[in-house]
Design a protein around this ligand. Sequence first.
Ligand code: UD1
Length: 420
Amino acid sequence: MDRFIIRGGRPLHGEITIGGAKNAGLKLLVAGLLTSERLVLTNVPHIADIATMRALLTQHGLTVETVNGDKTTLSVGGEITSTEAPYDIVSKMRASILVLGPLLARCREAKVSLPGGCAIGTRPVDMHLKGLETLGATITLENGYIHARAPNGLVGDRIVLPFASVGATENLMMAATLAKGRTEIVNAAREPEMADLANCLNAMGAKITGAGTGHIIIDGVEALHGAQHRIMSDRIECGTYACAAAITGGDLRLIGGQIEHLGAVVRAFEEAGVEVTQEGDAMRVRRTGALRGVDIMTEPYPGFPTDMQAQFMALLSVAEGASMITETIFENRFMHVPELNRMGARINVHGSSAIIRGVHSLSGAPVMATDLRASFSLIIAGLAAHGETILSRVYHLDRGYEAVERKLAACGAQIERVND
Ligand code: UD1
């Protein structure tokens, strides 16, 4: 198992290129199930979750290949030979549940393992299932699997989501592209990744309007065809490196970073005393003064993203004064707190809120990654800490961040990967 050794205390200066968005790329690969023609995706991030999704699509019968030896370009296509998504893959990566809608729409049946809980919470899928039932599917749960059937095909209808769920919006939007008639998704998720997915589906012949707003309209078509699509840049990776620049008092240009996609994160940086500006195709982040404590609540987009909560907590651990972070999306997403406290942070958790009392400095320690974003919060802390931080279980990080040590070292960080 790999570990990272980080020697902190060096400000980050220079440029980091932000890769394609994990949370868009995974769903865009799944869109390949909606056509028998080839879907070509560019700007694909080189991360473990993409490899897992390739394995899942391959076992459904598709071929997923790199194009001209370029690992950032993938071509997806072929006939579906299996409509079953097995437990061993779905339990590894929850985004696997996204194959349910497309398989059902295209093959009129699907059998997908229930994902079960994960490190950050119970994460039910009831909204995905109720939405598909509204489109005419019959759903049963047997032996840990979701069986969905629609022998006469799906039929468009009005779906009102009780919560603006990202996954349910994506699953239902993909399924509705091939349903008969019009589907409306009310209280849809508004994350920029929704618009990216809809743009790709429209390039494949779908008729979707309103993606990126709370009201999406999909007029079903007979079939989708092949297309080429560039995956949007990863706003969470961008925000993560911005935290690393800010905590070290550095100055970074994040190539491909889009301020407009970061919503409430930009406001939080500004309140904390961090300057964030758009300079052409790059987002520039720098800090010249002291960090100040801020209060944050995670919310659906355009609110503060749950996927930035852990990284921001690391930043606020060395800010002047107190901060409060309230997590409203997941019930168990503070596992980084005890690890940050081992590095000298003063953080108390009360239910869904964490009180962070800023300390003057952190000190390096052996710490353990627990989930993807929590892992990076410990790197951010390690970059600012005195002495050496040893981060174990970096496989959590490799799921969603590409070439972390190379990107950080190029900007002056002392970080190395060691293999036990
Ligand atoms: C969520 C995040 C997304 C993040 C991803 C990975 C939100 C709104 N979504 O997406 O930004 O990239 O995790 O960290 O911030 N829920 C149900 N029933 C359902 C579906 C969801 O109760 O059928 C609940 C979840 O338990 C959770 C909330 O709704 O409390 C948000 O879930 P959802 O947006 O669907 O989760 P993901 O798609 O995993």
